[in-house]
Design a protein around this ligand. Sequence first.
Ligand SMILES: Nc1ncnc2c1ncn2[C@@H]1O[C@H](COP(=O)(O)OP(=O)(O)OP(=O)(O)O)[C@@H](O)[C@H]1O
Ligand SMILES: [Mg+2]
Length: 222
Amino acid sequence: MLKCKNINKKFSDGEKDINILNNINLEVSSGESIAIVGASGSGKSTLLHVISGLESACSGEIYLDNKLISDFSEDELCNIRLKKIGFIYQSHHLIKELNVKENISLPLLIANKKNSYVISKTNEIIEKVGLSNRSDFQIDKLSGGERQRVAIARSIIHDPKIIFADEPTGNLDKINAKNIFSLLTDLANYNNSSLIVATHDLEMASLLNKKLTINNGMLKSI
Ligand SMILES: Nc1ncnc2c1ncn2[C@@H]1O[C@H](COP(=O)(O)OP(=O)(O)OP(=O)(O)O)[C@@H](O)[C@H]1O
Ligand SMILES: [Mg+2]
């Protein structure tokens, strides 16, 4: 499904370059779930952004379904994201001007799905993330955990084949975190989707197929 070869990523601190990802190699097969743990600032978000094609690598190759993603045009990459990829951002990136329902249905609206399908699928997902009683709320009227659940719903509504989740349960209490984590893993199992989760929660990480840690820009199994 996803294959990353010798990925390097540097950022400049203004004076010098700092290596954030150092020769990363990673393979994720269909239906496989992987946890990436590591200290704050170790590069988990950077890794997810780079391997999902949101940000470019300085060097290395990323293959999605055996196709090199650097060969895709920006339009092709957008189309692939819309169909195959779900990304849960650490900072949510919800649209404040839209309400809960509208934010969640956005991927289906952009993909020109039929109105009746958009409505039924949106209602189904809203219920799954426990936000039925908030569906008409504006985003700024929601708690941090509720916003996180909107972001999760939006990222899975199109049944993506690969889900990248950057600290998906970071703002949630233990019960909601457990529910949301089960929702993500159940959905991935049901659709045979791959799931790549950056998390600080070792208990959640141990529920996935593989646990990797990132340290000094290098990825290792634990
Ligand atoms: N655009 C950027 N320019 C310069 N440095 C950056 C940029 N983005 C990230 N970094 C640096 O890269 C390092 C890794 O950041 P990243 O956000 O990937 O860490 P993280 O492991 O996700 O941390 P956290 O657990 O706090 O979310 C940090 O030191 C950060 O300051
Ligand atoms: Mg992060």
